[in-house]
Design a protein around this ligand. Sequence first.
Ligand code: MN
Ligand code: MN
Length: 472
Amino acid sequence: MPEKKESKKTKELKEKLLMDKPRVWDRLSSQEKEDVFDYARGYMDFLNKGRTERRAVSGLLDMASQKGFVNITDALGTSNRIYHVSRGKLLILAVPGQKPMTEGIRLVTSHVDSPRLDIKPNPLYEEEGLAMLKTHYYGGVKKYQWVARSLAMIGTMFTRSGKVVDVEIGLNSDDPVLTIPDLLPHLSRKQMEQKASEFIPAENLNVIIGSLPYEDKNASDRVKLAILDLLFSKYGITEEDFIGAEIEMIPAEPARDAGLDRSLVAGYGQDDRVCAYTSATALFQLQKPLHTCVAVFYDKEEIGSEGNTSAKSAALDLFLMELLEKTEIPSSARNLRHVFTAGKALSGDVTAAVDPTYGDAYEKRNNSKIGHGIGITKYTGAGGKYMGSDANAEYASWVRRLFNEKNIMWQVAGLGKVDEGGGGTVAKYMANAGMDIIDCGPPILGMHSPLELCAKDDIWMTQKAFKVFLES
Ligand code: MN
Ligand code: MN
């Protein structure tokens, strides 16, 4: 059949009225295309170093220190770029601006915790000649994705005398890895009949940590004893030291290029370390911005933002009050309210990219697509927008105009079909404090899985978007 030809008038009308949905790649110069790949290398390096919230915070802090950021307790007035770390798991960075903070700040938030398996407080036991560790999953995981794969064990423990011990096993290529074997297909008839949410029960997420017995043949639990002996000689830790420790089992493999064209990053923890990296590197490029610019990197987002390193904590309030004092504005509750209500924020968090294989789960007209730039999510929540954050039309319009004016390639974003599920971000806590805030971030495939996929051009565009926002 011959192709139908539209009239010039129709074309012009379409150009005038319809939304353009360009690919980021089509709009980049050859230099920018190189920049996209260069930028992704730095990002993957960060992902590989920052495999846990603590390591992400220390990785960001290393980068910030190199860029001249100083601890808020050492900062003289606002002549410095400033950082604050809370309990090693929450980081705030600030670049003081020209205007008083009470006339509004620019804030970008992200979170550095990711779904994983945590070791239980009393994890170690021996059964059938194997030493095993009990785990408790953290955040929204599909449990079956965590069996039959190489895991690394990273965390922070304290000895009985209070000495801190950094545990890390499985990241180096010559390290041993840990794993949770799956049941063989030959004996899986019953398992295969169960629902996906049930066929790997949480209490089956037990990690094999060793199989050699201690030399005394008359001893009980010889494998467990041998493992404890090994852990003691390597780290000086005993069984009791697991109680209260923070040890995470995470995918052992590093982030890699994905696709024959190397256009994507495949790696664990990109939700939401991609927004952590893009917002930090955007902030680093600022010199003396108009407004004071702040980037916050939260912990505990994946379990509902509870606790003293989360977005519900008082950490940001206190930091902003300290910063007010540095600018010789009284840090009254009233002034803090002004900082928030006059301020503008982006809640940087990944959004679900439409996966062509599971197209049915998405509402394609309102969900974001790989390679079309940063996704803007006007509202989050589940069902009737419950528990979500819904940006004001005025503010959504402001962000849209800013992005359009500065050639930021953005697209509409939302979390799947209505009533298919849903989710929230930290945006609502800043909104509750009075800020104008909207969710935005790059689309991601396989969110919350051990191997998430994010497109390099989207990552690069996200960094650009954060930068123009902070500079506004
Ligand atoms: Mn997230
Ligand atoms: Mn998440």
